[in-house]
Design a protein around this ligand. Structure first.
Ligand SMILES: Cc1cc2nc3c(=O)[nH]c(=O)nc-3n(C[C@H](O)[C@H](O)[C@H](O)COP(=O)(O)OP(=O)(O)OC[C@H]3O[C@@H](n4cnc5c(N)ncnc54)[C@H](O)[C@@H]3O)c2cc1C
Length: 464
């Protein structure tokens, strides 16, 4: 790939290398969660084998990255490689919800370094950078190798069964390891194996339907629409709007624009692919602001994707010898772009627990419990933020309140401000109140840094 050459970190892909029969840690999946865990453990000197079923770069949705990501990139040693790619900067969000429009600027919450703002990334490239980085840090990365199941009958040496599809062949084999990190994304391999995967709500179950457009206008942080050529110069925002069936995102990328609908699944149940696409395109052409931004754009044929079974969690995210991280542990409606950062956070927590367990094996149940609590705190907080009242099933309020109190002040403030832009976060505010946050920081904590917009300038500005 040209971008790999540009970044100067050609890592040999383990195309035909033999897969060892034993290692310290097997990581399942090479998304941001898996790559981060593999990097952190390999940098500690552990023998890590990562299996990824696809050949990278592979398509992935989730292009809006919040600036918290840089903290995790620093810990991985990957910051420079991400910066070299020159992804488009995102300065925050503009959210039109039930007739009100708010603007949230990251700079108001302390994210002022122009090199460390939010990003709009092509996920195939972003994820590939992290995966190559993991390999560069010593993890053995095997693409086109799909894990089938894990046998935990020997608690000291779980056995991972995999299907090796490299070179077009099919070889079913296994590898023994001390710890398994399941970062298999929405496939949620272990949650399925344990029969522990639960939907967040039976009544409100969302799905995602998204596609890509060429030549869309985009909304800048200056509240004006701009042609795509200006994106490297006028910082963009992620634009979000509610509509009668749910909400829509609009994210400008370097070569295209990602637009997606998140809505109750009842709406498209039973629709064939063509009807689904017609519904998607008609909705995009009729919802205000999205309609104006897409006016000069053309839909990229064949680019429509669909993800049912939204917003789930696993009842079993850790054990003494396994950790389910990122989407393999839970998936949260992506309205506030938390998925990638959540996966990196979980990777950090599980790598810490595994490393500690190697150092003191007699305490590994304890480390696993600490990691589990940290992950459930994060998931719980994210769920309440994104889903509001119907997101509370399976959430432990005590953990969420403890997390709020432990948060960095600017991150908490940003989250609470974001929560005020939609109608979904009543639960979160109630918990913040119960946790004493408003008592400590004042009743307008977060809200005072949110701009209410009365007008957006959607006329294309005079060309530069
Ligand atoms: C519609 C939608 C919009 C989103 N928008 C955003 C956003 O704007 N911002 C954001 O931060 N997040 C967003 N997300 C969430 C984000 O995409 C995920 O949270 C993030 O990708 C999770 O990373 P991960 O490493 O856990 O999983 P993934 O990125 O899904 O990676 C999992 C990897 O595991 C591999 N795998 C699966 N099964 C196996 C197996 N058996 N063996 C080997 N490998 C396997 C897969 O091929 C994949 O590469 C969105 C999600 C959706 C569905």
């Amino acid at each position: 790939m040209a971008w790999q050459q540009k970044n100067g970190f050609h890592q040999p892909k383990e195309n035909s290398a033999p897969i060892p029969g034993r290692c310290d840690v097997v990581v399942i999946g090479g998304g941001p969660g898996g790559s981060s865990a593999a990097t952190r453990l390999a940098r500690q000197g552990f023998h890590v084998v990562l299996f990824e079923k696809e050949k990278f770069p592979r398509p992935q949705v989730g292009e809006s990255i919040i600036p918290h990501m840089w903290r995790y990139a620093d810990l991985l040693g990957a910051t420079e490689k991400i910066q070299q790619e020159r992804f488009l900067a995102k300065a925050g969000g503009i959210i039109a919800w039930d007739g009100r429009i708010h603007q949230l600027r990251f700079s108001s919450f302390g994210y002022t370094d122009p090199e460390r703002v939010g990003l709009h990334v092509e996920r195939d490239i972003f994820d590939d950078i992290l995966l190559r980085h993991a390999a560069g840090c010593g993890a053995q990365v095997f693409e086109e190798v799909a894990v089938r199941q894990v046998d935990f009958s020997d608690a000291q040496w779980p056995v991972v069964d995999y299907m090796d599809r490299r070179g077009g062949g099919l070889g079913q084999r296994s590898i023994a390891c001390r710890y398994v990190v399941d970062a298999s994304g929405h496939a949620a391999l272990l949650a399925h194996q344990f029969n522990a995967r639960r939907l967040v709500s039976q009544e409100v179950n969302y799905l995602g339907l998204w596609g890509y457009y060429k030549n869309s206008l985009y909304l800048g942080a200056d509240r004006q629409s701009h042609p795509p050529e200006q994106a490297p110069f006028v910082k963009s925002v992620t634009f979000i709007t509610s509509f009668e069936d749910g909400w829509i995102w609009h994210i400008i990328l370097r070569e295209s624009t990602s637009v997606g609908l998140v809505m109750n699944r009842g709406k498209v149940r039973g629709m064939g692919k063509e009807v689904q696409e017609a519904y998607f395109r008609e909705t995009c052409a009729s919802v205000p602001i999205i309609r104006e931004l897409l006016a000069p754009a053309t839909f990229i044929e064949g680019s429509l994707f669909f993800r049912p079974d939204y917003s789930y969690y696993s009842e079993k995210v850790t054990g003494e010898n396994f950790y389910c991280i990122g989407d393999a542990g839970a998936f949260v409606d992506p309205i506030f772009s938390q998925g990638v950062v959540a996966a990196m956070y979980n990777a950090a927590v599980s790598a810490w627990a595994i490393q500690s367990s190697f150092a003191k094996e007699s305490r590994r149940a304890f480390y696993s419990k600490v990691a589990e609590n940290s992950m459930l705190q994060y998931y719980g907080f994210s769920r309440l933020l994104a889903l509001g009242d119907f997101g509370s099933e399976g959430v432990d309020p005590a953990l969420v309140k403890a997390m709020m109190r432990a948060f960095r002040r600017n991150e908490l403030e940003l989250a609470l401000a974001a929560a005020m832009t939609t109608s979904r976060s009543g639960n979160l505010h109630r918990m913040a109140r119960e946790a004493g946050i408003y008592e400590e920081f004042g009743e307008d904590f977060g809200a005072n840094k949110l701009d209410v917009i009365t007008e957006l300038n959607l006329q294309p500005p005079v060309p530069w």
